[in-house]
Design a protein around this ligand. Structure first.
Ligand SMILES: *[C@@H]1O[C@H](CO)[C@@H](O)[C@H](O)[C@H]1NC(C)=O
Ligand SMILES: *[C@@H]1O[C@H](CO)[C@@H](O)[C@H](O)[C@H]1NC(C)=O
Ligand SMILES: *[C@@H]1O[C@H](CO)[C@@H](O)[C@H](O)[C@H]1NC(C)=O
Ligand SMILES: *[C@@H]1O[C@H](CO)[C@@H](O)[C@H](O)[C@H]1NC(C)=O
Ligand SMILES: *[C@@H]1O[C@H](CO)[C@@H](O)[C@H](O)[C@H]1NC(C)=O
Ligand SMILES: *[C@@H]1O[C@H](CO)[C@@H](O)[C@H](O)[C@H]1NC(C)=O
Ligand SMILES: *[C@@H]1O[C@H](CO)[C@@H](O)[C@H](O)[C@H]1NC(C)=O
Ligand SMILES: *[C@@H]1O[C@H](CO)[C@@H](O)[C@H](O)[C@H]1NC(C)=O
Ligand SMILES: *[C@@H]1O[C@H](CO)[C@@H](O)[C@H](O)[C@H]1NC(C)=O
Ligand SMILES: *[C@@H]1O[C@H](CO)[C@@H](O)[C@H](O)[C@H]1NC(C)=O
Length: 278
């Protein structure tokens, strides 16, 4: 699979702008994202870290091979929250983003109610609109890149923006796509998302995953893991990315470059992908 990615990446490097979008192809792994088969005529390739490299317009009706997302019902009562680490100073934006996202379902309920409060967000005019997503894996060692790609049980991929008119067609983890971007220094939102679950048997389960906030060019600014409980009210609560600060420093590390659109970053991705191969 990594070989396919490498090939796709190399071809992507050599080609120009995207043409007609490809049909989604089913991945052989559980990793989020639709990876085109190599060779490919367009550079829309998701990295092995799940960063967005190139996306097209929202295409009405565009869904992954798993079809539309399924409404999650008859859920167990549970609350999972993620608290952003207050120690994370982001060097790219000069900001320390703090806050909490709490997701809660009622016994037998449908969908998950999220209550979000983020502050200290960087200037939206410069770095935004910021986006935030539930990522597939928890963060390890404070490194946001280890959370891999977006939670995407329908395997929709990254090639086209979420069509807000049909949220079932979006990646389940694409909260910003479905419910709106972050456009101010303080962000509060409350909504119910029918395509996420508190049932650990569901592929839409979010309680063992993470939240990641990105700048406009997909750099991961901060991240935190979900854990059972509300913010502070449960000893098993919280959370933040394993103690240390998430590494998201601008251009300073391979991890960061993996999250960007530029050709240089693309080359870096290939370099890192090669390391994975070797
Ligand atoms: C996805 O849902 C939309 C809106 O309900 C519907 O028009 C479309 O046919 C569905 N697509 C698939 C592949 O099920
Ligand atoms: C932050 O950026 C400044 C200026 O580019 C650099 O001198 C400093 O080492 C960086 N800090 C970290 C933690 O990367
Ligand atoms: C959401 O969280 C805020 C605190 O950040 C709280 O004041 C508010 O009551 C909560 N809303 C709901 C619907 O739980
Ligand atoms: C998950 O599946 C197991 C095995 O089928 C079942 O015993 C359990 O009740 C299920 N949990 C929930 C929350 O549905
Ligand atoms: C999270 O839970 C889902 C659903 O049970 C499971 O498929 C997945 O492997 C879990 N992820 C981790 C990192 O434990
Ligand atoms: C949300 O932000 C992303 C990234 O900056 C941008 O591509 C997208 O168009 C924005 N969506 C809306 C509805 O403004
Ligand atoms: C607190 O954590 C325990 C153990 O993980 C869990 O059983 C309990 O449901 C949690 N309480 C709340 C309010 O989430
Ligand atoms: C969650 O905890 C953090 C740090 O303990 C605090 O700053 C924040 O206000 C809390 N958020 C809510 C919604 O209670
Ligand atoms: C972060 O994790 C990614 C993916 O596992 C890895 O390639 C990268 O080297 C890590 N960065 C740091 C600074 O540890
Ligand atoms: C991402 O955007 C920021 C702010 O515009 C910029 O400083 C940084 O260099 C960009 N990163 C890449 C790799 O393009």
């Amino acid at each position: 699979m990594y070989k396919t990615l490498l090939l796709a990446g190399l071809v992507g490097l050599a080609s120009a702008k995207p043409q007609v979008p490809p049909s989604p192809v089913l991945l052989t792994t559980t990793k989020a994202g639709v990876v085109p088969v190599a060779p490919t005529p367009f550079p829309g390739v998701e990295t092995i870290e799940g960063a967005l490299i190139d996306d097209g317009p929202a295409l009405p009706g565009f869904v992954g091979p798993g079809g539309n997302a399924t409404v999650q019902s008859n859920l167990p009562a549970a609350t999972y929250s993620a608290v952003l680490p207050s120690t994370n100073f982001d060097n790219l934006t000069g900001s320390t983003i703090t806050g909490t996202i709490v997701g809660m379902a009622m016994q037998g309920g449908q969908g998950v109610m999220f209550n979000i409060s983020f502050s200290g967000l960087p200037d939206a005019a410069m770095y935004g609109p910021l986006v935030y997503h539930i990522h597939e894996m928890p963060v390890s060692g404070g490194n946001c890149t280890t959370s891999l790609g977006h939670l995407d049980p329908t395997n929709r991929g990254e090639l086209h923006a979420c069509d807000t008119a049909n949220p079932a067609s979006c990646q389940a983890g694409d909260l910003a796509g479905k419910h709106g971007n972050i456009t101010s220094a303080t962000f509060m939102a409350t909504y119910t998302d029918p395509y996420l679950s508190t049932n650990p048997n569901s592929s839409y389960f979010f309680g063992n995953r993470s939240i990641v906030i990105h700048s406009k060019n997909a750099t991961r600014l901060t991240c935190a893991n979900f854990a059972m409980g509300t913010n502070g009210s449960n000893s098993s609560t919280s959370t933040s990315a394993s103690g240390s600060s998430p590494s998201s420093t601008a251009g300073a590390s391979a991890a960061n470059s993996l999250n960007c659109f530029s050709a240089a970053a693309y080359a870096m991705i290939i370099a890192v992908a090669s390391v994975y191969l070797l």
